[in-house]
Design a protein around this ligand. Structure first.
Ligand code: PEP
Length: 257
């Protein structure tokens, strides 16, 4: 991770009311110390309905936890019932917005063009997109995983400039490892994360590729994070299930211990 500050981001998915969100962030903040924030960026990604409460709590008590959203509209404003714009998220103090999570690709038919539009909308509002890519089991079995991820990466980064990609986080999340308890081996994670960095160097240049944080996601827990973080091209984790348990998430943030 030479020079890149690791990021541990908790994707809560559709869990936690705003009351429960406050309680969870308080528990995390109680456990996390200045040394933790110095070593890693710690972020939570609550449902939209809990972001305001999380923001107020973090601001009032000056916690070092960052926060963001799990999705963002590609549109700036207007007649898009149910959507949330990047400007709205920026006003709430969001640092991040996930774009292209596999659950959105699968259940909401999001394709690379839409994911790319969402990433651009986030960047235009000074929000860091966490651009998710990853292959399903069939593709992995057929050994097409690297090519699949590079195709998604190319599509997601279409017309995104070098200055913008520096402010982007890429998350490699093999779909077969998300919520299944089946974590990729550290070598599996490294293989694809290294291929992503190589591709970034081709699309931009080596200096840019060196700056971009690439996360692994898929059944990360306190017990398996150290091996994953030992890989050169893995700069953190996007954590689903384990981020709902403050003790487990803090263990992940302390992977060095
Ligand atoms: C995710 O939703 O991004 C994820 C990685 O989930 P889990 O950690 O539960 O596999």
């Amino acid at each position: 991770q030479s020079g890149r500050k690791p990021l541990m981001a908790g994707n809560w998915k559709m869990n936690n009311t705003h009351f429960e969100a406050i309680s969870l962030v308080q528990k995390m903040a109680f456990a996390l110390k200045d040394a933790d924030y110095a070593a890693v960026d710690v972020a939570v990604l609550p449902p939209f309905t809990a972001i305001r409460s999380v923001e107020s709590l973090i601001k009032a008590d000056k916690y070092g936890i960052q926060f963001g959203a799990q999705d963002v509209s590609q549109h700036a404003s207007g007649a898009y019932t149910g959507e949330i714009s990047a400007a709205m998220l920026a006003k709430l103090g969001c640092t991040y917005a996930v774009v292209g999570h596999s659950e959105r690709r699968q259940y909401h038919a999001e394709d690379d063009a839409l994911v790319n539009a969402k990433a651009k909308a986030a960047l235009a509002a000074d929000i860091t997109p966490i651009l998710c890519i990853g292959e399903g089991l069939e593709v992995r079995k057929a050994a097409g995983h690297v090519q699949h991820c590079i195709t998604q990466l190319d599509g997601g980064l279409e017309k995104i400039t070098a200055e913008q990609v520096r402010r982007t986080v890429i998350a490699y999340e093999p779909v077969w490892a998300i919520g299944t308890g089946e974590v990729a081996t550290p070598q599996d994670a490294q293989e694809v994360c290294a291929a992503i960095r190589t591709r970034l160097a081709e699309l931009y240049d080596g200096g840019v590729a060196d700056e971009v944080r690439i996360l692994y996601g898929g059944s990360v827990k306190g017990g398996n994070i150290a091996g994953i973080m030992a890989q050169d091209d893995v700069d953190g984790a996007l954590v689903g299930g384990a981020s709902l348990d403050p003790g487990e998430f803090v263990k992940i943030c302390r992977y060095r211990d």
